[in-house]
Design a protein. Structure first.
Length: 202
């Protein structure tokens, strides 16, 4: 099946993946989708998500499929965002799935298999504009990871992001102020204000 050019470009951007809804919107019928699946030209990645390049099963394709399976809006967060932005230093790569996906707090969806769903407040401000697959901003990713770590781990995540120059102390502080509540807020704010976070993490 030859895809319409816009759909072909969309699949290329989405690691070869398309959703049933995207296919319908582009004029591809259910029967055409079924035929592509039966003939093994496509394969089902997740429910309602199809891989148009059979055999592609790398981590990025899996993460993209997880986001697509959650519908819009949805974005990778926590350990999945850390891996995507190069923050994990290989540690998150050793973690088994699930993929971590953030959605607005008001959304209610069935959690797809293999996905850890996080409902977050201020969703729009937490997501990197224009990035694909959608993912939380670096400061938000850092603070999300810090929130599920002990103090040493929290300091380590922030220090790693600063050392890799993925973000700045100022941006992390702004993000911390915007959130209002964080289990390590006082300690992180003190360290960031003093620009001394690198030392405690070493």
């Amino acid at each position: 099946m030859r895809l319409p050019d816009p759909l072909h470009r969309l699949a290329a951007r989405q690691s070869g993946l398309l959703t049933a809804e995207q296919c319908r919107a582009a004029g591809v019928t259910r029967e055409e989708v079924r035929h592509a699946l039966r003939s093994a030209r496509w394969e089902t990645s997740r429910r309602g998500v199809y891989q148009t390049r059979p055999g592609r099963n790398d981590w990025l394709a899996g993460a993209t499929a997880a986001v697509l399976a959650c519908g819009e809006p949805a974005a990778l967060g926590f350990f999945s965002a850390a891996r995507l932005i190069g923050l994990d230093d290989g540690w998150a790569r050793r973690r088994p799935e699930p993929f971590h996906v953030c959605i607005p707090e008001s959304r209610r969806i069935a959690t797809p298999d293999g996905v850890r769903l996080h409902r977050v407040t201020d969703y729009a401000s937490r997501v990197q504009l224009g990035a694909w697959p959608a993912r939380s901003t670096v400061p938000d990713t850092v603070l999300d990871l810090a929130s599920v770590s002990d103090l040493d781990g929290a300091v380590g995540w922030v220090a790693r992001a600063l050392q890799k120059e993925l973000t700045t102390s100022e941006l992390v502080l702004e993000c911390l102020d915007r959130r209002g509540k964080h289990r390590h807020a006082a300690d992180l704010r003190e360290l960031l204000d003093e620009s001394g976070i690198e030392s405690p993490a070493e």
